[in-house]
Ligand binder design. Structure first.
Ligand SMILES: Cc1ncc(COP(=O)(O)O)c(C=O)c1O
Length: 338
């Protein structure tokens, strides 16, 4: 069965019998401010796409990578990695995953027949040989992060066990560059792959472009197994502009931080909750009765993400207009009851 994510508004709109256009959709962690798309030359649409040296140079600068390759969203690689690892190590059979986290990882390894092992706050200490460890940093939906030191120690354990460390940094753009583990990957660091998502921070998830930052040999594998036209020309064109637009990136970080703080204070008072874990792309509100609150929000045409564990609601960041609307919908007279 397909995994439920945020988005997919039509399903909820139908369920609550409220037209899609009336919903306030905060169900994803995609920035509400999108990188402005300028006119795209006709040629970009006409030609088959090529990943140019200039494109790679820009991407490597942005991600601080020695080697990186674009894929059609990091999801595309999440789906492929179990087969790529098995091809390298036919006896590979174990994967370590966060118990709570973007479920597509679990789905991909499970489908490929790997035995699943779960961890959460503490990274796995002992590993099977030829295993894979997936770390989502920051975790979605929990927002937890791991430091470079913690990840380096894990990488050493992976090294001893001939295992692979996959770090999903889909939401890492909101942090300082030093947060990213990409800086630790050298040309011969064959036991780490970092996945980067373009769509979230740049607010263009529909463009379908993401990146693998890795060693030279993983770069070759990912490149050759991706096929010649995996990422469409307009996506390459727009990403090349966005990734080098430092002033837009700085302004975006600021905007997201401001909106995140405002949303957090609104939710703290309106939902009267004690625990909200927030970052600049989404926040997770822990509630004793999350499904009931989710239902009340849906009745007000506010769509957020109820976690798979049913213990929290994840809110995407609202822009000014959405925030004003949310404030009205959650005003004291109509306060959500816990
Ligand atoms: C943690 C995480 N990783 C990866 C993805 C995939 O994103 P994309 O394929 O747009 O890069 C998502 C999407 O929501 C996500 O939440």
């Amino acid at each position: 069965m397909a995994i439920l994510h945020g988005g997919q508004l039509s399903r909820v709109a139908l369920q609550y019998n409220i037209p899609e256009t009336q919903w306030l959709d905060l169900s994803t962690g995609i920035a509400p401010f999108s990188y402005p798309i300028t006119d795209i030359p006709l040629k970009v649409w006409q030609d088959l796409p090529t990943v140019s040296e200039q494109f790679l140079h820009v991407a490597k600068q942005y991600y601080q990578a020695q080697y990186c390759w674009p894929v059609s969203g990091s999801q595309a690689l999440i789906e492929k990695l179990p087969a790529l690892w098995r091809k390298k190590h036919p006896s590979a059979g174990h994967v370590y995953l966060p118990k709570v986290g973007y479920k597509e990882h679990q789905h991909a390894w499970q489908q490929a027949g790997y035995e699943l092992h779960f961890y959460q706050k503490n990274l796995p200490k002992t590993l099977h040989e030829n295993a894979v460890v997936v770390v989502i940093n920051p975790n979605n939906p929990l927002t937890d992060t791991f430091s470079i030191k913690q990840l380096s120690q894990l990488q050493q354990r992976c090294d001893i066990q001939n295992s692979l460390l996959i770090i999903d940094e889909a939401f890492a753009d909101i942090f300082e560059p030093a947060f990213s583990f990409v800086t630790q990957i050298k040309a011969d660091t064959d036991n780490v792959i970092v996945l980067r998502s373009f769509g979230k921070f740049f607010g263009l998830a529909g463009l379908r472009i993401g990146f693998a930052c890795c060693s030279l040999s993983w770069f070759e594998i990912i490149k050759t197994t991706s096929g010649p036209w995996a990422v469409n020309g307009p996506a390459l064109y727009i990403a090349e502009q966005a990734l080098q637009d430092k002033s837009w990136q700085q302004a975006q970080t600021k905007r997201l931080q401001t909106q995140s703080q405002q949303l957090q204070s609104l939710l703290e008072s309106a939902l009267m909750v004690s625990r909200i874990e927030a970052n600049a792309l989404f926040m997770t509100v822990f509630l004793d009765n999350a499904p009931a609150i989710y239902d009340q929000l849906c009745q007000k045409a506010i769509y957020v993400r109820l976690t798979d564990e049913n213990d929290a609601l994840r809110f995407g960041i609202a822009d000014e207009i959405q925030l004003a609307r949310l404030r009205l919908l959650l005003e004291p007279s109509s306060l959500i009851k816990q």
